[in-house]
Design a protein around this ligand. Structure first.
Ligand code: FAD
Length: 390
């Protein structure tokens, strides 16, 4: 009994993996119902925050905007693995870290969200340092860990079907922004392809890593009070690996340490296939692993699994895929650490001269470092940009 309480405590407090799950607050309605602003707005980054900012502008009847996305794919850290098994799997964000009713709350047009969700509540836990699995009695399970996931669909299809479809005509992919010059009345935005676009307002919706690494050159420099806060945002490096096996020899959840877990990647989903997912985010070991080639990453994990499960990984291996987020040139992280307690979000959110605005999952208060947080942050900032112009 004592070990169950100890485990519950460890799970509750372990750094990387456990959000303040289930906490739900109602999404406030938009304060604006329309706008007569005619200036040009450029949004940088087509992750959930950037797409949501555009979606909000579109809803408010504002169409003089454009999204510039660096990579060839939109969605940012919301991506889909659609060629692995008979269901699409989330390649990046996967859990709904609040009550799923938020999926409908975030909709502005008349769409009704039809995606089914499942309660994600693993029953068998294995802590790698213990030899045998630990079963958490029913009574304690919901106190240990419970969240939600999409049943047959993904965060990517949600973002695509309900938001991206409204804005896709104004998105340019393969357009990494290099310079934002806001010296004059008009802002000059230059991409690495050499194109320069003019805007009256710019919404920066890129991961904080990109700002910390100086991937975008601001002219003049961002105010030092803002840069200081941006530099305080901590990120977890990391990756996901999916293994398909022809036998389910593993537990629902195998915890290597606070930063590395193997979990049943299809728990509660309608498929007969066996997928074990490794999620590695943060910590020293992950920091070393993200530098490995995909081949070496695979070998390392197969060895680890064979050790944990007495050779069963090699015996039952069918196929695998790897998504190394630290090697994505325009992302370089999984999610932000520390529940924003260590930096002043307000300072980053404060627009510069009512021209340059910031949004993203890392700027979403209570919904910190989540997809729905990014969506709400994009919505807030789009509204703010229009309100400032009124
Ligand atoms: C492995 C993993 C697991 C996760 N699990 C969950 C989860 O279960 N639940 C959850 O809610 N959240 C999860 N997250 C976090 C969630 O994905 C992020 O909080 C969310 O995607 C942040 O959205 P964003 O729009 O702020 O940034 P991003 O999604 O990172 O989008 C930013 C976009 O900006 C683009 N960009 C970067 N630089 C430039 C440039 N110079 N010019 C133009 N475009 C640029 C990028 O290419 C990207 O498309 C996870 C993330 C990862 C990687």
């Amino acid at each position: 009994m004592i070990s169950i309480f100890v485990l519950a405590l460890l799970l509750k407090t372990s750094d990387a993996f456990f959000w303040r799950h289930g906490r739900y607050s109602e999404v406030p309605p938009l304060e604006l119902s329309s706008t007569d602003y005619t200036g040009k707005i450029i949004i940088i980054g087509a992750g959930p925050a950037g797409i949501s900012a555009a979606y909000t502008l579109e809803y408010l009847g504002f169409q003089n905007y454009q999204i510039l996305e660096a990579s060839a794919e939109v969605g940012g850290r919301v991506q889909e693995l659609d060629d692995f098994i008979d269901l699409p799997l989330d390649a990046g964000a996967e859990w709904i870290h609040t009550h799923p009713r938020i999926l409908q709350d975030m909709i502005l047009f008349d769409d009704v969200v039809t995606d089914e969700t499942i309660v994600y509540r693993p029953k068998q836990y294995r802590w790698a340092v213990f030899r045998d699995r630990i079963k958490i009695p029913l009574l304690f399970r919901r106190f240990v860990y419970q969240e939600w996931k999409f049943k047959r669909t993904t965060w990517k299809s949600y973002l695509h079907d309900y938001m991206y479809t409204y804005v896709q005509d104004r998105v340019q992919v393969g357009a990494p922004v290099q310079t934002i010059d806001y010296t004059g009345a008009k802002i000059q935005v230059t991409t690495s392809n050499g194109d320069t676009l003019e805007a009256d307002k710019v919404i920066v919706a890129v991961p904080p890593t990109m700002l910390q690494n100086g991937n975008i050159d601001f002219i003049p420099d961002l105010p030092s009070s803002k840069t200081a806060e941006i530099n305080k945002v901590e990120m977890y490096e990391g990756f996901k690996i999916w293994f398909e096996f022809d036998d389910r020899f593993y537990q629902d959840y195998t915890i290597i340490d606070s930063y590395r877990i193997y979990f049943d990647g299809v728990l509660g989903k309608p498929t007969q296939r066996n997928v074990l997912t490794m999620l590695s985010a943060g910590g020293e070991v992950t920091g070393d692993l993200v530098k490995l080639s995909d081949e070496n990453l695979f070998e390392f994990h197969m060895k680890e699994l064979d050790k944990l499960f007495r050779g069963k990984a090699t015996e039952h291996y069918v196929q695998h895929r790897i998504q190394n987020w630290s090697q994505e040139p325009y992302i370089k992280e999984t999610w932000e650490a520390g529940y924003n307690s260590r930096f002043d979000e307000g300072r980053i959110l404060e627009p510069i001269d009512e021209k340059i605005y910031f949004c993203g999952g890392y700027l979403s208060g209570d919904h910190y470092a989540t997809v729905h947080g990014a969506i709400l942050s994009g919505r807030e900032v789009a509204q703010k940009a229009l309100k400032d112009a009124a």
